[in-house]
Design a protein around this ligand. Structure first.
Ligand code: ADP
Ligand code: MG
Length: 354
């Protein structure tokens, strides 16, 4: 098991000689605690794979240092890092049996055959592969092959960190949840530090105890799923997590008083200082309600999702979404809305102001 630490890590891929380097990873200072279940969540191109490859040693960062348990590993080769990395597309030897595929990383390390058998059988059991151990891997479906890839990561007893890079991309949607809960279970059994990369919020939030949200080469927030939901540090976190995402609306702040299109608002924190830049309030659809004392709106659309409805309303050209519990009646005449002050945050240039 290992703790991982990044100090001042930055990475730029080589640029054409006449151009300035573009950083795929801006400054990253981050600790992944020993035995934690982490997700790395962000849109395509934000630097997730770059970050994983720096942990595993496939890439050496252009700047900064990487530590495992306080020992510097920045220049240590991949083979000496005790890491298993599962890639987006399964890496499987088609001509070998499932058993031999799983045994491969162990035989490679000269593990005696009786120990190989024990490990392979245990891992096959965990992944429900026991009945196909004698089959050739070529006959398996994509998800069967990805299970072998996972198994090959898990089989090595020397592994301290297991990293998954969007491992469920090729998996049938209805099997995704099965493998995802399997991974969670394996984390609890093995206690190994796990980092799970995905661009899918559901995958991240169900797998991880802590989620790192990335945007354009930067980690914008690290938190539990509840923290990311309740207190988004950045408007991007508000948008990206939640369904529908957080409402972000223009606002003004004068003498510490926040107003939205001339309606005075209470927010979660008080704001005494002057602020320069783009000012916005963020409030999730869960924390907006119909209230006769509120801001007048027109109703644009109502979607009925069974246990609740999503109402899309408009005010002076702004679109605002509300999550309306099933038992609440949607007003027919002159609807008005209110924001829950405790759950309304002020953002300046996209970052929360506290
Ligand atoms: P993600 O895994 O989040 O989709 P990546 O880490 O693969 O993102 O990529 C981050 C950025 O670095 C992207 O802009 C991508 O185009 C660029 N990039 C990735 N790999 C290379 C490479 N080998 N050479 C040059 N640029 C790269
Ligand atoms: Mg990637």
């Amino acid at each position: 098991m290992a703790k991982i630490e990044f100090k001042n890590v930055r990475h730029a891929y080589p640029a054409p000689s006449d151009q300035a380097p573009v950083y795929a990873l801006e400054q990253v200072d981050q600790v992944w605690e020993d035995g934690g279940a982490y997700a790395l969540l962000g849109p395509s191109g934000c630097g997730k794979t770059t970050l994983l490859n720096i942990i595993s040693g496939l890439l050496t960062p252009s700047e900064g240092a990487v530590y495992f348990d306080d020992e510097e590993v920045t220049h240590l080769p991949t083979t000496e890092r005790h890491i298993a990395q599962v890639f987006q597309f399964p890496v499987v030897y088609d001509t070998m049996t499932v058993y031999d595929n799983l045994a491969f990383p162990l035989r490679n390390r000269q593990v005696p055959e009786d120990q190989v058998r024990k490990r392979v059988e245990a891992i096959a059991e965990m992944l429900d592969l026991t009945n196909s151990l004698k089959n050739r891997a070529s006959g398996l479906t994509a998800d069967g092959k990805q299970k072998i890839s996972l198994g090959r990561g898990l089989v090595r007893p020397d592994v301290k960190i297991i990293m998954f890079d969007e491992p469920l991309t090729v998996i049938d949607p209805h099997l995704k949840w099965l493998l995802r809960s399997k991974l969670k279970e394996l984390h609890q059994q093995l206690g190994v530090t796990m980092i799970y990369v995905t661009h899918d919020q559901t995958e991240a939030l169900t797998f991880a105890d802590k989620v790192l949200v990335m945007l354009e080469g930067t980690i914008v927030q690290v938190g539990t799923p509840v923290e990311l939901f309740m207190e988004p540090n950045h408007t991007f976190v508000g948008h990206f997590i939640g369904s529908p995402g957080m409402n972000v609306l223009p606002c003004e702040v004068k003498n510490g008083q926040v107003s939205y299109r001339s309606h005075l608002l209470e927010t979660a924190h008080s704001h005494k200082q002057e602020m320069e830049g783009k000012l916005e309030i963020g409030v999730r659809p869960e924390f907006v309600r119909f209230d006769d004392a509120g801001i007048p709106v027109s109703i644009e659309r109502i979607e009925d999702l069974g246990r609740f409805k999503i109402a899309t309303v408009a005010h002076e050209g702004d679109v605002i979404k509300l999550l309306v519990p099933d038992e609440v009646k949607i007003p027919e005449n002159s609807p008005k809305i209110m924001f829950d002050p405790e759950r309304t945050h002020l953002y300046c240039n996209n970052w929360v102001v506290k």
